[in-house]
Design a binder for this molecule. Structure first.
Ligand SMILES: Cc1cc2nc3c(=O)[nH]c(=O)nc-3n(C[C@H](O)[C@H](O)[C@H](O)COP(=O)(O)OP(=O)(O)OC[C@H]3O[C@@H](n4cnc5c(N)ncnc54)[C@H](O)[C@@H]3O)c2cc1C
Length: 564
């Protein structure tokens, strides 16, 4: 049985940064990922990473923009840490080899991004995530003594001991189907987001909320789950992302009347208002009949106003995406977009060191909720969140490991998970296909738990999720083999997505106000008197989620009206 000081589940940016930090602090590390690390979803990140690097900027300005962007739901102690530590983290990345874009003077170039009052987004063209992830992976390869890599291993559940401490996990080797128990003094969940609960989404097929559901199933609360970000610019036809970097470079939005309608909604920041504001503005234009495209369901994003040379240099990936997935040359004509599901602000509730309520269990990155994003994440703050809180989790888990013995872990969970997999593989074809249930879930979430929500729609979504949970119990798969059986993993992921979706719907029903990404047409105002608080969801024992509240940490910025 492998045994390590720190077991890290997920090898995207949060997981890899946690691994180097824990190893640098002296811990032995197992870094485990269901796909090859450089195929983690962080590779898709495009526009950049925020840091107040310019001497004329200040981390407090970054922090205030983040607090305002969060619609005052973000915890200000965590936001202060993230923004204050950002410049050093970006410089560290540069020193280990990330080739950030430089300006004519040879300084790090910083592009404008949504909701920011200063140009503070460092970038590598529009492949920033890929650049960061590959450089970190090169570093990980140097840690042969300290970091054991388990690539293409799928975690099926977390293990708690009799005292309720997290002491490891069970995982399946995707290549062979072999099950293994991993013992660890500490476990860090770095397993990313849950975008696949929606259809369409900008998120890859692997973003199925595994870590959120695994933590929830062992009793860790999920927080801010109602806060699901719709990105303003996703391709109308298929939901592919067109980076906010395009609007940062000067591209703008037009309705069917050729109007730059953002003048009405955010006269100061226009297209660079925060994402919730821009997405709502677009959806309002579409709903009121000023959309474009065949059925008026889209908006034009006009990138032709950006000098062609600059587009080809700084936005080259979306030039390819436009051509390959919409048949449009974005340097010559506007492209059809609409708001699309992109990110979840909620996740496993943690403190500022990534610790959850379960001793020995940490979480960092999109799986976690610290909460630095509150009701709405600013563009280019997620990569920062993964790295700052990935590092802090790694350091704290290593320190905890240094003063405790290796726990004794038995194979009970392994046997139970092996039985669960055999049961799925052995199902007859009486039920529905896993893929059908997933499709219905995504469509329902996109219909009723989207940019605009109301009680009736949310109640309907909850009924659908409950029914799909029942149907998932007998959902069947085709592949009965052991080698690369993605079918059976898909069935397990479906269970995770349904848990995450239910937590999202319940929290959205609970929050009877409009704040950040949660806009309730039946409660259209923000209501600080009653709702300036986090909604936490936990499952204790059975499949009935409990709802409770926790306070928002306010340090220096009292809530005020939010205008852009
Ligand atoms: C198209 C796109 C563009 C974006 N652009 C930006 C940007 O420019 N700037 C920005 O700040 N943010 C951006 N974001 C958001 C940002 O990329 C993500 O929030 C962030 O990269 C998530 O990193 P992570 O390390 O938390 O998770 P991921 O990178 O998603 O990694 C998750 C890891 O967990 C593993 N895993 C999951 N489940 C299991 C399991 N059951 N067993 C084992 N391993 C498992 C996966 O294999 C993977 O290694 C973008 C997002 C998208 C979708």
């Amino acid at each position: 049985m492998p045994a390590h000081d720190v077991l890290i589940i997920g090898a995207g940016l949060a997981g890899q940064r946690a691994a180097t930090a824990a190893a640098d602090a002296g811990a032995t590390v197992a870094l485990l990922s269901k796909v090859h690390p450089v195929r983690s979803h962080s590779v898709a990140a495009a526009g950049g990473i925020n840091a107040a690097i310019n001497p004329a900027d200040d981390w407090r300005s970054h922090a205030f923009d983040t607090v305002k962007g969060s619609d005052y739901l973000g915890d200000q102690d965590a936001i202060e840490i993230m923004c204050a530590e950002a410049p050093a983290e970006v410089m560290h990345l540069e020193h280990i080899g990330v080739t950030f874009h430089r300006n004519d003077k040879g300084e790090l170039d910083l592009r404008p991004f949504g909701g920011a009052s200063f140009n503070r987004t460092a970038y590598v063209a529009d492949i920033t995530g890929q650049a960061l992830l590959h450089v970190l992976y090169e570093q990980i390869l140097k840690y042969t003594e300290k970091v054991d890599r388990f690539e293409e291993w799928f975690v099926t559940s977390l293990i708690l001991d009799d005292e309720g401490q997290c002491v490891g996990a069970v995982a399946r080797d995707v290549r062979s189907g072999r099950m293994e128990t991993f013992a660890a003094k500490n476990v860090i969940l770095a397993s990313g987001g849950s975008g696949q609960c929606y259809k369409p989404t900008t998120n890859a097929l692997i973003c199925t909320g595994d870590g959120m559901a695994q933590a929830y199933r062992v009793g860790a609360p999920l927080m801010d789950m109602e806060m699901v970000q719709y990105h303003p610019t996703t391709l109308l036809e298929n939901g592919f992302l067109i980076t906010e970097g395009a609007r940062g470079e000067g591209a703008y939005l037009l309705n069917a009347d050729g109007e730059r309608f953002m003048e009405k909604y955010a006269p100061n920041k226009m297209e660079l208002a925060s994402r919730d504001v821009v997405s709502r503005a677009e959806q309002t234009e579409i709903n009121e009949g000023r959309g474009v495209g065949d059925d008026g369901a889209g908006i034009y994003l006009d990138i032709t106003v950006v000098p062609r040379k600059r587009t080809l240099e700084a936005l080259r990936e979306i030039v390819n995406i436009g051509k390959d997935f919409a048949g449009v040359d974005i340097t010559r004509e506007p492209i059809l977009i609409r708001p699309g599901q992109h990110y979840i602000m909620g996740g496993v509730k943690t403190d500022i060191n990534g610790a959850t309520s379960i001793p020995g269990l940490y979480a960092a990155g999109e799986v976690a909720c610290v909460s630095v994003h509150g009701g709405n994440r600013l563009g280019a703050n997620s990569l920062l969140d993964t790295l700052i809180f990935g590092r802090r989790s790694g350091e704290h888990a290593a320190a905890r490991a240094a003063v405790m013995p290796m726990p004794h872990v038995n194979d009970d969970a392994l046997r139970s998970d092996s039985d669960m997999i055999s049961e799925i593989i052995g199902r007859d074809r009486a039920g529905r296909r896993v893929s059908e249930i997933k499709e219905e879930l995504g469509t329902e979430m996109n219909r009723n738990v989207a940019v605009f929500r109301d009680e009736a729609g949310l109640r309907h979504a909850h009924e659908v999720v409950r029914r799909l949970k029942e149907e998932a119990q007998s959902a069947y798969i085709d592949d009965r083999g052991t080698v690369f059986n993605q079918d059976v993993l898909g069935a397990i992921e479906l269970g995770y997505m349904l848990d995450v979706a239910e937590a999202t719907v319940i929290a959205a029903i609970e929050r009877k106000e409009s704040r950040g990404a949660q806009f309730r047409t039946d409660y259209p105002e923000r209501n600080d008197d009653e709702w300036l608080k986090h909604i936490d969801i936990s499952r204790n024992g059975d499949d009935t989620p409990d709802v409770f509240y926790s306070p928002v940490t306010i340090t220096q910025w009292q809530p005020e009206e939010r205008k852009y």
